[in-house]
Ligand binder design. Sequence first.
Ligand code: NAP
Length: 387
Amino acid sequence: MKLGLFGFGCVGQGLWKVLHETRGIRADIKRICIKHPEKQRPVPAHFFTTDPAEILNDPEIDVVVELIDDAEAAFEIVSAALSGGKAVVSANKKMIAHRLPELYALQQKTGAPFLYEGACCASIPIIRNLEEYYDNDLLTSVEGIFNGTTNFILTRIFEEHLSFGEALRLAQAGGFAESDPTLDVEGYDPKFKLCILLLHAFGVFVQPEKVLHSGISRLNDFDIEFARSRGSVLKLVARCFRDNDKVAAYCLPRFVPAGHRYAGVKNEYNAVTLESAFSERQWFVGKGAGDKPTGCAVLSDVSALRYLYKYEYRKFSQNGTFFDPAGAELTVYVRYEREGQVAESDFEEISERYASGRARYWIGRISLEKLQAASWLREEGVNVIEC
Ligand SMILES: NC(=O)c1ccc[n+]([C@@H]2O[C@H](COP(=O)([O-])OP(=O)(O)OC[C@H]3O[C@@H](n4cnc5c(N)ncnc54)[C@H](OP(=O)(O)O)[C@@H]3O)[C@@H](O)[C@H]2O)c1
């Protein structure tokens, strides 16, 4: 196989390394398209171009590997490559989550395969498992820790008593967080992965805007002390679940008791838990970020193309399932600043109330629909954590 690679940053270089350290796969990178030609590169200059056409129009290149950090440009590249009949591998969760319906239609039209295991929890082989192994078993939920950056920050906060800002700076210095960490710390990134898994687990196309999310940037010292006082740590958990033919999803921080399996998932590690009718609970743990772990998932997709593997999206063609959060209920801790800031009438039941000069909180049951629609959720001084 001849590969045309777009992007030579963290993951692109990770792919280069794992490809050169792996025996048994006959794939060569022929050309690499990057954005800034002036940058110093660790491989010879003749590989590089800034002209996408040198890859997209090269008949010798059969596989396009898209590993850039620009979702709009990535969609242009991927759709042009698929339209040209080339197989494509990508790890761009933001682009894939937003453009899945078009990318699915393009695959049906052109017959060209599009694989993206590296986009969901990097080294954990979850998409292919959902496609192949969980083809018949009745899945009831898929959830987990889908973001390595926030898990690194939360681990440092709870293990080393660092502040949010200190832990974020450490994550950036260690290469686990980008200089603009918004997509991670605000919870968008795990939500993008959840939207991709919703299609492979339950056969539903869900736009990210339809899914409730909150990240960890609203955490304050009071929330952290509260978690400690209850013998818990905090994890950012994305979850989707099925109730008959309805599927719901959300991504929220969650209190996790010290003995819970997620409490041992630390730093850049991710975890995915599947619940199903017959095999019951199973879970996968592995590195959710980094050059080689992600490069390895990309290489596994490239390797699968040798035996003409493609996603069949069988759940989509089999299911009468639809996305509808109505009826789903959560128990949450909601910390707020001012009396009257949070609407009590939104809650089904409030089981605990607290107010002091420092903070106020309630613990109560609320429908997912009401929580998603609540204007107070996005107000300054409010934080919601699942119990
Ligand atoms: N990092 C991870 O651990 C990880 C894990 C899973 C998935 N991903 C996903 O993998 C993708 C790549 O991430 P990364 O961390 O490797 O990013 P990165 O280190 O920031 O590298 C991005 C690369 O894309 C190139 N680029 C940007 N726009 C381009 C364009 N229009 N045409 C050609 N090249 C372009 C850049 O070129 P220059 O070198 O010239 O600037 C750079 O080489 C992203 O979608 C990310 O979400 C990353």
